[in-house]
Design a protein. Structure first.
Length: 300
């Protein structure tokens, strides 16, 4: 499936800002199932310094510094991308508890083990492990366990954009059973890590269809988030608890890391500015016909 993706973030300041530094994660990542044909990141005003690099997790990243007075900042990423459906594979049979024991002791799995620890937005807890436990009986294959947990979160939690903020603790999401895709991704990651398994946060977009009989509105899409778990026979496999399934060719990846904070679209510091306002626009334009039938619950 081919898409044209545009994501813009605009800040307007209450007073002129003489200096700001920003770290940007808005460029799409090249992966085995996602091939970029074009990618451009535009910053206005033109920064005094810019450095494009790959971060610790392999995500395309841009650092910019603006050293001249400015009343606003606009960052826009535009890409064209081909996204493929994940290739089918034989169903792996490794018991989840056997693999958790391997992760704890096998030094060859150090790259996966780094995603078993707590991070600032994903804590480890007995409560998260206990919530996951019904889906993880001893001896059950890891893939089947994660598939069931993903469905349970989808069925037992409610999308509510007013229920949480970026800093809402995962245990609060578990208690109130409400949140957005970012919260549900953090929740499932916390469940898996609390059982000693490897899971990481994935930032991106989900291509949605307008309601029947209505035209698509340009710029009305949203960012999306899901999670990825390491399965020994398959490697990293993506699951979307906001949809209750594994990912499809409608999931477009920006990058992955320990949690949202590591791969937030735009983060920085500035001098002055007083109060500011922000406008975000996301447009995911399919360049081929989309197939109907997917749940549309998405967005941060």
């Amino acid at each position: 499936m081919r898409y044209k993706v545009r994501h813009s973030t605009e800040y307007y300041y209450g007073e002129s800002v003489p200096l700001c530094h920003n770290l940007i994660h808005m460029s799409l990542r090249q992966t085995a199932r996602q091939q970029l044909s074009s990618s451009e990141l535009t910053i206005t005003p033109l920064p005094s310094a810019r450095h494009d690099f790959v971060d610790f997790f392999g995500n395309p990243t841009t650092w910019v510094c603006l050293q001249e007075p400015h009343d606003g900042l606009r960052v826009e990423a535009q890409s064209e991308v081909q996204v493929d459906v994940p290739a089918p594979a034989d169903t792996p049979q490794t018991p989840w508890n056997d693999f958790a024991e391997r992760l704890a002791t096998d030094t060859s799995l150090y790259a996966q083990k780094e995603f078993t620890f707590a991070s600032r937005l994903v804590e480890l807890s007995r409560e998260l492990a206990e919530y996951a436990r019904p889906s993880f009986p001893p001896g059950r294959p890891l893939l089947a366990c994660i598939e069931e947990l993903t469905r349970r979160i989808y069925e037992e939690f409610f999308f509510d954009s007013s229920a949480t903020t970026i800093n809402t603790p995962v245990l609060e999401v578990l208690e109130h059973r409400r949140g957005v895709c970012q919260d549900f991704a953090h929740l499932e990651i916390g469940c898996l890590r609390s059982l000693g398994l490897a899971a990481r946060y994935v930032s991106g977009y989900f291509a949605t269809m307008p309601p029947p009989g209505q035209a698509r509105i340009a710029g009305a899409d949203r960012s999306h988030a899901w999670m990825s778990a390491y399965i020994p026979e398959l490697g990293w496999v993506d699951f979307d608890p906001s949809k209750g399934t594994s990912v499809t060719d409608k999931h477009i990846t920006i990058g992955w890391a320990r949690d949202y904070e590591d791969v937030s679209p735009l983060r920085g510091v500035l001098v002055g500015g007083r109060r500011h306002s922000m406008i975000i626009g996301v447009d995911v334009e399919p360049l081929e016909p989309l197939v109907e039938g997917d749940d549309q619950r998405s967005g941060d």
